[in-house]
Design a protein. Structure first.
Length: 351
């Protein structure tokens, strides 16, 4: 991370220093994170505080101009001392706890929450960040393809979910981006259902929402399919309609377009097919160090599509007591056009 960006953020926030405390932003600005680290960036120094369990590892990754200090990162009193030494009067923070805010307020003239300014550069990805997410997405594709022939009657939701996770790690992934959603039958009507010990039977429909990480970056994909001829006669028709909606969402995005307009276009299409009432969440979200980050593709979002953003397109239909279907790809907006990062089949699969 270059020092100019950090100094730009200090200027833009009209503060003397930034206290970066979240694991996501310490990773973004420091190139390394753990649950016990804090970055303090003043106009003259950038300090990276972490304790001795992590200092050797931190040294490998943080930029050379960062000053590594071995310290329990909850020791905000000592951290304040470094800031005061550098002449800091106005401190910019990310959303800190009420107690930390009270402690900081005693030390500085002013403490300002500048979380949105600190996080906003993350919305536009560098080539390296895009490559990380594209790689993780390829691991997801490989995992889905490797899973399909292993699916057997009687395996449980949890077994299928963990098998998928094992497959994306074998393909090169580095951990889970979020808890895998692996649901069967009527349980698919819960958009974010928790997998359990329910066994797969012929005629069950399945939804798998999963993603691995690579170099700290998340990925996200959802596939829905049927194990044998779907027991509900409406499934095939609804699947193919939803697939059309998803493809519309993929193709419609252009640079400069409001994210809310993409959400509306897909919702309007589903409305014309009498399915909009079953599409109960937003069209998608940005993906990066966090699994859900800007831009947000919802009706309320003010975000605008820009080149080098990574986002999902994931319309769903959830009919309580019957079934649910979600089809999700991750995409990158490149030179004004959407590029799909997922290549595995999204046409209807009946195993
Ligand atoms: Mn998603």
């Amino acid at each position: 991370m270059n020092s100019d960006l950090i100094q730009d953020i200090i200027k833009k926030s009209s503060v003397d220093a930034l206290l970066i405390t979240s694991t996501s932003n310490t990773l973004y600005y420091g190139g390394y994170s753990n649950p016990e680290c804090t970055i303090l960036a003043t106009k003259s120094n950038v300090y990276y505080f972490t304790d001795d369990r992590y200092t050797l590892e931190a040294k490998q990754y943080i930029p050379d101009y960062f000053k590594l200090v071995s310290l329990a990162c909850s020791d905000f009193k000592t951290i304040c001392g470094y800031a005061l030494n550098d002449g800091v009067k106005v401190l910019g923070t990310e959303s800190v706890t009420f107690n930390t805010h009270a402690l900081l307020s005693q030390q500085f003239e002013k403490v300002v929450d500048v979380e949105s300014i600190i996080s906003s550069p993350r919305m536009i990805k560098s080539d390296e960040e895009i490559n990380n997410i594209a790689y993780a997405s390829r691991c997801n594709d490989a995992a889905f393809n490797a899973l399909l022939p292993q699916i057997k009657e009687g395996m449980t939701e949890l077994e299928m979910g963990y098998l998928l996770q094992y497959e994306y790690i074998k393909a090169g992934g580095e951990g889970i981006a979020f808890d895998t959603i692996s649901v069967f039958g009527e349980h698919t009507a819960y958009p974010h259902g928790h997998p359990g010990h329910t066994k797969l039977k012929y005629g069950d429909v399945v939804t798998l929402d999963f993603g691995t990480k690579y170099n700290g970056y998340c990925s996200d994909i959802t596939r829905s399919f049927s194990f044998g001829t779907p027991s509900d006669p409406d499934y095939v028709k609804v699947y193919n309609t939803l697939l059309e909606a998803q493809k519309l969402g993929v193709e419609i995005v252009r640079e400069g377009m409001l994210c809310s307009d993409a959400d509306k276009a897909v919702r309007d299409y589903l409305k014309s097919k009498d399915l909009a009432q079953y599409f109960t969440h937003s069209l998608g979200h940005g993906v990066g160090i966090d699994i859900h980050e800007r831009p947000f593709l919802s009706g309320r979002s003010k975000d605008v599509f820009q080149n080098n953003q990574i986002y999902t397109i994931e319309p769903g239909v959830y009919i309580n007591g019957k079934f649910g279907i979600r089809i999700e790809d991750s995409l990158c907006l490149k030179d004004g056009n959407p590029v799909t990062l997922n290549r595995c089949n999204k046409e209807l699969i009946i195993l």
